[in-house]
Structure formats: structure tokens, C-alpha cells
Design a protein. Structure first.
Length: 473
């Protein structure tokens, strides 16, 4: 083992001494410096040997290595923005107002044109309201009839309670002719009521007279019955003493019995007539109650009709109003879809849109489902307008203002999340002219969700392959 170590040491010392000797005479080993002309007269192999190598390859290699080192250093230390690209469009923060009819109809008149400025409440389009006007007039007339009917029966009830001549209370919008007709109807009703009452009272009076007549007859029979009793008693005494015949006594006895029978019949007649009188009196009360109940029922029916027809009038008025389309806000008319008077419009058809004035333009962007987990409120965004290429006209900076927590279904892109981006400016400079953004422009919003080292873009596939590879069965 020691011999091997000693041999290695001697070998190393020998080469060290040889290197020192050569290093000391290194300048002597170099060929003499010659000019280019001198090298031209040397033999070809000496000329090739002594001609210095061109520095271009060496410097090219040095530059390549330097650039590679700088690129590697930048890839390790440098960072790039991570962006989530979301397509969308510009909108106003007050939203564009779409004008739609609630019911189908025929265009009667058009009062605006595309691009025209309108104020809130200004008439835009008027639809044919002939049917609505007819319904309104019919409902209004029925409401007036029901109101008059209620007033008439209210006055009739008051007349029944007071027993005085009924009067129609003043009503707004009631003409003299209508008032005269209503008073005649009311007076006719009241006269019919009075006639019915008077007839019943006459029947009651008749029963009372009959009772008085029968009572007088009873009084008469009571007196004559006493005489008949006395006479029959006397005749019986005479018969017992044989002063008169039996036939004479029986005749007086018959008269006495007939008097008592007639008196009993008249008493029964009085009872019958008193019962009839009570019945007629109850009939009078029933007639009054029946008239009162009928009047109350008619009054309630009229009140129910008033409520119903008031609703019909309001519905007709509302239909008249919805057939007159007015501007909900002040702004500019866009996308006017109807230009023909007499044309037919359908329910919920978009006839035009009104862009509100002085409304801030924002961006409504649709964030992909794969990016929604990284997009936060307050993140910066670069908004590129499709109409103006950003390579020539630049882009507009913005900030994510809000993100929807519920996805919406898109036929092509699947589930997406609406987000609002607030712009720092609402115009672009195009060839020295300021162009304001308008609602409906298509945009691309690049939302900055974070930063990432450049080298990670190259290492990520390797990491993915290394983590997923070599695991197959």
C-alpha cells in the first residue's frame, strides 16, 4: 500500500517539474511574430499553422453563452403576469333600457328616430287603442250605472226608514236629465212600495171593522140571550102548571138554545177575525222587511258591481297607458326596429333601446369556469376593444368591480360567471381624435390574477409529466 502511494507521489512530482520547466520557457516555444506579407511567403502548411485563428467564432460563442446565461438568470428571477381572458361587451352602469310592448298591437304613430335624444316621459311609439278605448268607455258606463243604482237604493232605504219622499243625493258628473230619470225611477219604486203598504193597511182596517161589527153582534146576542133565557124559564113554569102546551114551551126553549149557539158562533168569529188581523199585521211587517231586504241586496249588488267595474276601468286605463310607449329615462334612441305605421308588433318584442345619458360605461365580462377561482374583486384588468386593435390604439385599464356568485348557461361555452370591470377612462385616442365608448362594443378583458416566474412555464410540463408518468400498469 505504501509502495503505491510512493509511486503516485513520484509520478505527480515528475509531471509538476516538467510543467514548471515548460511554463518557464513558454515564450520561447511561440513562433516568431510575422506580418501577413511574411506569412504569405511561407510554405502552405507553415502559413496555415502560423496564421492566427479568427476571433469571430470565439466571440460568437462567448455572446451565445452570455445570452444563454442572461436568459436563464432572467427566467429564474424574472416574473410575468398571469391573466384570465374574459370576453364581454361595454354596458352602461344604469343598463340600456329596452322598450317592449306588453301586449300585441298595431303601430299608430312613431315619434322618434334612430340616434335621437329623448327625455324621460317623452312619447316614443303609440299603438292603436281603439279596442282599449271601447273597453274603457264600456267599463266607465257600467260603473256609472252601478253608482246610480247604489244611490237610488240608498235613497229608497232612507225613505223606508223615514217615511218621507225620497231624494237623489247630488253626484259628481250627473247631468240634469240623468238626475230627472233617476228621481222618476226612485219615485216609481217608492209609489209601488206605498201602494203595497196601503193595500195591506186597508186589509188590516177591514179586519178591524169586521171585528167591531161582530163584537156589536155579540153584545146584542148577549142581551137577547138573557131575555130568551128568562122567557124560556117562564114558559117552563107555565108548562109545569099546565097553563100552556108543551109545544109553546119547546118553542121558547129552542129560541134560547139558538141564542146561545149564535153567541158562541160570534165569539169564534171574533177569534178568527183577530187571528186574521194578526196575520195581516205580520204581513205588513213582512212586506216592509221584504222591501228593505230587497233594497239592501240591490245596494250590495250595486256596491259589488262598483268594485268590479272600478277594476275594469283601471285595467282599461292601464291598457291605454301600455299602448302608449314612453321613454323611461333620458338618453339616446338606438336599435329602432319598427319603421312602418300600421305594422304589427308582438308581445315583448324589442322595438328600440335607450342608452341613458351621463351613465358611466363599464364592461360586462364573462369569466370562464376554469378561471373563476382566481379572479377577485379589485384586480387590475387590461380591456382591449375589438373595434380598435390594441397594437395601434392601445387598451384601457380597469379594475374588477364585482363578480357574480352564480353561473349562467352559455350554449357554446357552458357555465360562465358574469363580472363587472370599472374602466379608468371611457375613450380611446384614434388618429388624434377622442372616440368615446358606447354601449354594446365587443371587448376582451385580460384580468391580472397574479405573477409567475418565467422558468415555471417551462418546468410545469416537466413537473406534470414527472408526476403523472411512470405510473401506468
Amino acid at each position: 500500500m505504501n509502495h503505491g502511494r510512493e509511486a503516485f507521489s513520484n509520478f505527480w512530482l515528475r509531471y509538476k517539474q516538467a510543467f514548471k520547466q515548460i511554463w518557464q520557457i513558454r515564450d520561447q516555444l511561440d513562433p516568431p511574430d510575422r506580418t501577413a506579407d511574411e506569412r504569405d511567403f511561407l510554405p502552405a502548411h507553415l502559413e496555415l499553422v502560423e496564421t492566427p485563428v479568427s476571433p469571430t467564432p470565439r466571440w460568437s460563442m462567448r455572446l451565445i453563452i452570455s445570452f444563454a446565461g442572461i436568459a436563464l438568470l432572467w427566467a429564474i428571477l424574472g416574473q410575468m403576469d398571469i391573466v384570465a381572458v374574459a370576453t364581454g361587451k361595454t354596458i352602461t352602469n344604469g343598463r340600456t333600457k329596452v322598450i317592449q310592448p306588453l301586449v300585441p298591437g298595431v303601430v299608430e304613430s312613431i315619434h322618434v328616430s334612430d340616434g335621437q335624444y329623448v327625455t324621460a316621459g317623452q312619447l316614443l311609439i303609440k299603438l292603436d287603442a281603439v279596442a282599449a278605448n271601447a273597453d274603457y268607455q264600456q267599463a266607465k258606463e257600467l260603473l256609472e250605472i252601478a253608482t246610480l243604482m247604489k244611490t237610488r237604493y240608498s235613497a229608497f232605504l232612507a225613505a223606508i226608514e223615514s217615511g218621507e219622499r225620497p231624494k237623489i243625493l247630488p253626484l259628481a258628473g250627473l247631468t240634469e236629465a240623468q238626475r230627472y230619470n233617476e228621481e222618476n225611477l226612485l219615485l216609481g219604486m217608492y209609489k209601488a212600495y206605498l201602494a203595497k203598504i196601503e193595500t195591506q193597511k186597508m186589509l188590516i182596517m177591514q179586519k178591524r171593522v169586521e171585528i167591531n161589527t161582530v163584537r156589536q153582534q155579540v153584545n146584542k146576542l148577549v142581551n137577547t140571550s138573557k131575555i130568551a133565557d128568562s122567557r124560556a124559564t117562564d114558559y117552563q113554569s107555565l108548562y109545569d102548571e099546565k097553563f100552556i102546551s108543551k109545544h109553546d114551551w119547546l118553542q121558547k126553549e129552542q129560541e134560547r138554545i139558538e141564542q146561545k149557539s149564535d153567541l158562541s158562533i160570534q165569539h169564534s168569529r171574533i177569534t178568527e177575525l183577530e187571528a186574521a188581523l194578526n196575520s195581516q199585521t205580520q204581513e205588513l211587517v213582512s212586506i216592509i222587511a221584504q222591501y228593505r231586504n230587497d233594497a239592501l241586496e240591490k245596494q250590495k249588488q250595486a256596491q259589488d258591481n262598483i268594485i268590479q267595474y272600478q277594476q275594469e276601468v283601471r285595467k282599461s286605463q292601464q291598457r291605454q297607458e301600455i299602448l302608449t310607449l314612453v321613454a323611461p329615462v333620458s338618453g339616446t334612441v338606438q336599435q329602432l326596429a319598427i319603421h312602418t305605421v300600421g305594422g304589427v308588433v308582438t308581445e315583448a318584442q324589442a322595438l328600440m333601446a335607450i342608452v341613458p345619458e351621463n351613465e358611466t360605461v363599464e364592461v360586462e365580462a364573462m369569466v370562464e369556469n376554469k378561471d373563476i377561482g382566481f379572479v377577485k374583486v379589485g384586480q387590475e384588468a387590461a380591456v382591449k376593444i375589438e373595434s380598435f386593435p390594441y397594437t395601434r390604439h392601445g387598451y384601457i385599464e380597469g379594475i374588477v368591480a364585482s363578480i357574480s356568485h352564480d353561473a349562467v348557461q352559455d350554449e357554446k361555452r357552458g357555465l360562465i360567471f358574469p363580472a363587472r370591470v370599472r374602466l379608468k377612462q371611457t375613450y380611446l385616442m384614434v388618429e388624434g381624435e377622442q372616440i368615446n365608448l358606447t354601449s354594446g362594443m365587443s371587448v376582451f378583458a385580460e384580468i391580472k390574477t397574479g405573477k409567475r416566474r418565467v422558468i415555471d412555464y417551462f418546468l410545469s410540463p416537466l413537473r406534470e409529466y414527472s408526476s403523472e408518468g411512470l405510473r401506468e400498469r
